[in-house]
Structure formats: C-alpha cells, structure tokens
Ligand binder design. Structure first.
Ligand SMILES: Cc1cc2nc3c(=O)[nH]c(=O)nc-3n(C[C@H](O)[C@H](O)[C@H](O)COP(=O)(O)OP(=O)(O)OC[C@H]3O[C@@H](n4cnc5c(N)ncnc54)[C@H](O)[C@@H]3O)c2cc1C
Ligand SMILES: *[C@@H]1O[C@H](CO)[C@@H](O)[C@H](O)[C@H]1NC(C)=O
Ligand SMILES: *[C@@H]1O[C@H](CO)[C@@H](O)[C@H](O)[C@H]1NC(C)=O
Ligand SMILES: *[C@@H]1O[C@H](CO)[C@@H](O)[C@H](O)[C@H]1NC(C)=O
Ligand SMILES: *[C@@H]1O[C@H](CO)[C@@H](O)[C@H](O)[C@H]1NC(C)=O
Ligand SMILES: *[C@@H]1O[C@H](CO)[C@@H](O)[C@H](O)[C@H]1NC(C)=O
Ligand SMILES: *[C@@H]1O[C@H](CO)[C@@H](O)[C@H](O)[C@H]1NC(C)=O
Ligand SMILES: *[C@@H]1O[C@H](CO)[C@@H](O)[C@H](O)[C@H]1NC(C)=O
Ligand SMILES: CC(=O)N[C@H]1CO[C@H](CO)[C@@H](O)[C@@H]1O
Length: 495
C-alpha cells in the first residue's frame, strides 16, 4: 500500500486497532480483518447466520454471490470510516440497498466486501421533508409518511429499496403529475471517496446534486435521502387480472389511453405475461387514479375490459397501495430485466405486441418443459419537472415524456439458472427488434430507464453525450482517484 492509513485515523481509535490494520495491509489484502476488529457485531463472515440471511434477502438468485465479508454499518460516521479503510486497501466492493436489482454484481460481489446499507434506515418526518436512511425499504417510508398524513414520491411496491430506485430515477404513482422519484429529493447526504460526508442540494454542491439524480453509485455512497413531502388525499386503484381473451382488447385500450388527452392523475402499468410450461397467459392491468373515484375518467376504457378473472381495487393512501401490490418472490427465482422507450403512435404497441407473441412462441419451442415467466410491461414515462431543478437523465427539455413516451419493461423469471445466457440473448434480441420497428416508424427514443435496464444495455448512451460529459467532470471533481469507477464495479459506469 502506498498511501498512509494513519493520517486518516481519528484520535479516538485504539492504537491496537491501528496496529492490526497495518499488520493486515502488510500481510493480506483483505479489508475484512480490520473491519471485523473495528465492527465485530456488524461484520458477517461466510457460513454465519447473519451472512446467510443477508445473502438470501436479495430478491433474485443473481444477487446470491459470496463476498469475503458483509459489513452492515449503523451510522454515517461508521460508514465514512469504512470507506477510508476500503480506499486504503484499494480492493473492489459492492454497495447494497434493497437488493432488488436483477443484474448480477450490481449490489453484491464474489470474494470481496459488500456494504449492506440496511443497518441505516432511520426515518424522520419534518416540516415538508422526510429524511430517510439509504438502507430503508419503501414500505417503511410510507409507514412513517402515513403516520403523519403526508405523502412522498416513492416506489410502487413496499419491498423495494430506496437507495437503488432513487439514484437510478424512480417511477412512482405520482410521477406523471410530479416527476421522477429523484426529482422529489431535496438533499442527498453522501460519502465521497475521500470519506468526507457532504450534503448535495440545490445550493450546496449543485452539480453533484444533479448528477446523483440518475447517476446511481458513480459519485459516492448516499447515506440519507431528504424527500419532499406533500399532502395527498386517498387514491383509487390496484390490480386487475384479465383473461387471455382480452389480449388484443388490452393492447388497443392501452393505445387508446395513450393517444387520448393526457391525464396526469391516471397511472397505469400493463403487463402481458406468458408462463411455461403450462402455456398460460397472465394479463395484469395495474391502474391508479390520484383521486378517490376513477369512474368516467381517462381510465374508463381500461377499466371496462371484461371478463376480469380477479381484481383488487381500493381507495387508499399511496403507502397502502404499495403494501397491497407487494407479493413475495419465491426463493430460488432468477430474473433478467431489460428495457427500452418508444413514443406512442396508433400502431406501435400493436407491432411490439407481435414481438411479445413471437418471443413467447420461441421460448415455447426451445424450453417447453421449463418453468419460465416472460413478460412485456408498458407504462408512461415520468414528467420532466424543471421546477425541481435538473436531473441527469438527459431527457430533452422539449420532450413531453409523460404524454408521448411509453416505457417497455421486458422480464424473464425462471427457476433454472442454467437458462440465463440463452434467455439473455432472447431478451436483448427482442429489445433490438422493438428498437428496429420503432426506428422504422420514427417512434424510437434513445433514453433507457436505468433501474429496468439489462447490464449490457447502453444506459448512459441513452442519456446523451452532453450529459455524460458533464457527469464525467463531476465524477473527476468529487472522486479524483476514481473509487466509484474502479473499486465499485457494480452498476452502469461512466468510465
Ligand atoms: C418487485 C420490484 C418492484 C419494483 N418497482 C419499481 C417501481 O415501482 N418503480 C421503479 O422505478 N422501479 C421499480 N423497480 C426497479 C427498482 O427500482 C430497481 O430494481 C432498483 O435497482 C432497486 O433498488 P434497490 O436498492 O432495491 O436495489 P440494489 O440491488 O440494492 O441496488 C441497485 C443499485 O443501486 C446502488 N445503490 C443502492 N443503494 C445505494 C446508495 N445508498 N448509494 C449509492 N448507490 C446505491 C447499488 O450499488 C446497485 O448498483 C422494482 C423492482 C422490483 C424487483
Ligand atoms: C461452510 O460450511 C460448510 C459445511 O458446514 C463447509 O463445507 C464449507 O466449506 C464452509 N464454507 C466456508 C466459506 O467456510
Ligand atoms: C488501485 O488499484 C488499481 C488497479 O487495481 C490501480 O490502477 C490504481 O492505481 C490503484 N490506486 C491506488 C490509489 O493505489
Ligand atoms: C391524520 O388524519 C387522521 C384522519 O383525518 C386524524 O385522525 C389524525 O389525527 C391525523 N394525524 C396527524 C399526525 O395529523
Ligand atoms: C444544503 O446543504 C447545506 C450545506 O450542508 C445545508 O446547510 C443546507 O441545509 C442544505 N439544504 C437542504 C435543502 O437540505
Ligand atoms: C364506479 O363504477 C362502479 C361500476 O359501475 C360502481 O360499482 C361504483 O359504485 C362506482 N363508484 C363510484 C364512487 O361512483
Ligand atoms: C385474487 O385477489 C385476491 C385479493 O383480492 C388475492 O388474495 C388472490 O390471491 C387473487 N387470486 C389470484 C388467482 O390472483
Ligand atoms: C474531499 O473531496 C472533496 C471533493 O473533491 C473536497 O472538496 C474536500 O476538500 C475533500 N476533503 C478532504 C478532507 O480532503
Ligand atoms: C394459451 C392459452 O391459454 N390460450 C387460450 C386463450 O383463450 C382461448 C379462449 O378464449 C383458449 O382457447 C386458449 O387455449
């Protein structure tokens, strides 16, 4: 090690710990030893109960990597010191929030250190602001907000993490009215690579503030998100399960809904699912209306599709909705996610739907006996909100994404991990076809939503060269040695 460790040490630490750290750096490149000496109760080693339960709490099997140790800091000052140690060892590490990203290596790592943020999940509701520790899950945020009769923009499902969803953008049921979840952040508390703890907000470190809204883990570890709160009354909505007989009616009604006059109160996520080996369909139409009654509104056409095999529609707070739609993911499930964006036209969704059908046939012929769920999901893209200040998503100020754009989420869920590379090729191939027909129609949009993207997709390319150049400059200013490029290997990287 070339850099001096002792120069960073705070005086309250015991000299014995200092000796241990020096001995560890000299003899063994693993930072787990000093971390374990400093934080014995928060350092989990393989084959212990806490380690195993941390690994099994990842949503998907892709998260089940085997780090040399997992460190679960309880406070910003502890994590700042941990970052110092990791900087000195110059080894790779992962940052884990809610553990819901499907890309391998985004929030866990083999043989190195994983920082499990879930020890930091304090929530405090103040005047117009909710301060949340970065390791919290949205369900906890909504519980705190509901208790004070306020709302925040957050994930639509209670089990997902605040950290990953917000730094990648974030789509909420309020997003067509109020913007991306990251646009609702007033202030980020963040630890930089030199272990300084700073605030990034509109007046302090504004370039970093902008970059963190869509820049994932490229600049620092976010330790706290300060979210804007607002008053909001009860919201109508939930899920309806339609029969496969509604297939073409559903794609028509989604098109009609998008082509009609834009209604910022209506939020929909429409999912065309296909299951093997039983060759069954799962057509799920999720709808929310930001008022207690959606009758005779823009949702009318979607609401009137029959027959409904099942429905769960209520009038409730955003938090109650998020809890109701959370269904447990069965243990042992693998997932692949990918995404693209198109602009709406009378024909584009019908053409994309043909790709869903042909891909369903393809997997039926290739893997007839496998347990696979394959889905295309459609939703509007959040509003751009200049009043919240810029984010880093690179969406042109001339665009009206909430009205004109449709996000497509393509997913595979399956039980046999050996199918991964074949399904990955099929997923990326289907997205290429969608992009191809969208280009032919003049409906192609280069922006791709980071939190839904497959790791092989060029998310930053979709942000545009100008935005990426700006972010690279910010990364060089705030992380001159490139810790968040070279040591934090998981996630979409700027360099
Ligand atoms: C069931 C389910 C429902 C979903 N619903 C929605 C939804 O309603 N809206 C939506 O927009 N998306 C949704 N998503 C997608 C979700 O936003 C992404 O999967 C996101 O990456 C999850 O964040 P996480 O913290 O749980 O994940 P993780 O896997 O823990 O983290 C994802 C990435 O974020 C980074 N990261 C996490 N915390 C921090 C931090 N504190 N500082 C710096 N970097 C950090 C990690 O390093 C990693 O690269 C959903 C996903 C699932 C599986
Ligand atoms: C974990 O325990 C199992 C059996 O108890 C053992 O085979 C394995 O080697 C252990 N792994 C580690 C990393 O210690
Ligand atoms: C950290 O390691 C990388 C190679 O893994 C090396 O390029 C870089 O110079 C090292 N940084 C420091 C500060 O030693
Ligand atoms: C929230 O609203 C309910 C119902 O209107 C009311 O009874 C309760 O006192 C309110 N709580 C707070 C913290 O304002
Ligand atoms: C912005 O950061 C500064 C400096 O830390 C802090 O004093 C101020 O309160 C922050 N603003 C917000 C909105 O959090
Ligand atoms: C909305 O319409 C449904 C179906 O016609 C009806 O059952 C329900 O009572 C209506 N809700 C309101 C609030 O009018
Ligand atoms: C139907 O909805 C209810 C909740 O309203 C739920 O408990 C049940 O599991 C659902 N059934 C199916 C087949 O989705
Ligand atoms: C840490 O880095 C930031 C951004 O580069 C810089 O402003 C700050 O002075 C540095 N702090 C220390 C203690 O070096
Ligand atoms: C794949 C599948 O489940 N297809 C069914 C769709 O619904 C029709 C009736 O409307 C059935 O005949 C199909 O078998």
């Amino acid at each position: 090690m070339t850099r001096s460790f002792s120069s960073h040490l705070s005086i309250c630490l015991l000299p014995a710990v200092l000796l241990l750290i020096h001995a560890a750096i000299a003899s063994d490149p693993s930072p787990c030893d000093p971390l374990s000496a400093l934080y014995p109760d928060q350092l989990f080693l393989p084959n212990t109960t806490l380690y195993t339960s941390s690994i099994s709490s990842y949503a998907w099997m892709s998260g089940h990597l085997q780090p040399a140790c997992i460190i679960q800091p309880q406070s910003t000052s502890q994590l700042s010191f941990i970052i110092k140690i990791l900087a000195d060892f110059n080894t790779t590490f992962a940052i884990r929030g809610g553990g819901h990203n499907a890309n391998p290596g985004f929030s866990n790592i083999d043989n190195e250190v994983t920082i499990d943020m879930r020890g930091m999940r304090q929530i405090e509701v103040g005047d117009g602001v909710l301060r949340v520790g970065a390791g919290a899950l949205w369900g906890e945020v909504y519980d705190a907000a509901d208790a004070k009769n306020v709302s925040v923009m957050g994930g639509r499902i209670s089990t997902v993490g605040v950290g990953g969803l917000t730094t990648g953008g974030g789509m909420s049921i309020f997003s067509l009215d109020r913007g991306w979840v990251c646009d609702g952040v007033k202030n980020f508390e963040v630890i930089l690579s030199n272990s300084s703890v700073i605030n990034a907000n509109a007046t302090s470190n504004p370039s970093l503030f902008r970059s963190l809204k869509g820049g994932l883990n490229n600049f620092g570890v976010v330790t706290r998100f300060d979210l804007t709160t607002f008053k909001h009354g009860p919201i109508w909505g939930g899920t309806t399960l339609l029969s496969n007989a509604s297939e073409s009616d559903l794609i028509r009604e989604v098109t009609n809904f998008k082509m009609a006059k834009h209604d910022p109160s209506a939020h929909t996520v429409t999912i065309f699912g296909y299951n093997l080996p039983d060759k069954s369909y799962m057509l799920l139409n999720n709808m929310w209306y930001l008022k207690p009654n959606a009758n005779k509104t823009s949702l009318h056409g979607l609401m009137s599709l029959e027959p409904k095999l099942n429905q769960s529609l209520v009038v409730a707070s955003a938090g109650e909705h998020a809890r109701r739609v959370a269904t447990p993911i069965p243990a042992g499930t693998w997932a692949l996610w990918g995404t693209t964006t198109v602009s709406i036209s009378p024909t584009i969704l019908f053409k994309i739907h043909e790709i869903w059908k042909s891909t369903s046939s393809l997997i039926t012929s290739k893997f007839p006996a496998s347990d696979i769920n394959f889905a295309f999901g459609y939703q509007s893209v959040p509003k751009s909100t200049p009043e919240s200040g810029p984010n880093s998503l690179g969406i042109p100020s001339t665009a009206v994404p909430e009205r004109d754009w449709v996000n497509l989420l393509v997913t595979f869920q399956y039980q046999d991990g050996a199918l991964t590379s074949d399904l990955e090729a099929i997923l990326l191939g289907a997205i290429d076809k969608v992009d191809g027909i969208a280009r032919e129609e003049g409906a192609h949009v280069k922006y791709k939503y980071m939190d839904y993207a497959h790791w092989k997709q060029d998310v930053f390319g979709g942000y545009g060269a100008e935005e990426v150049e700006r972010m690279k400059g910010v990364a060089q200013d705030y992380d001159p040695l490139g810790m968040f490029q070279h040591q934090v290997t998981g996630g979409f990287k700027l360099f």
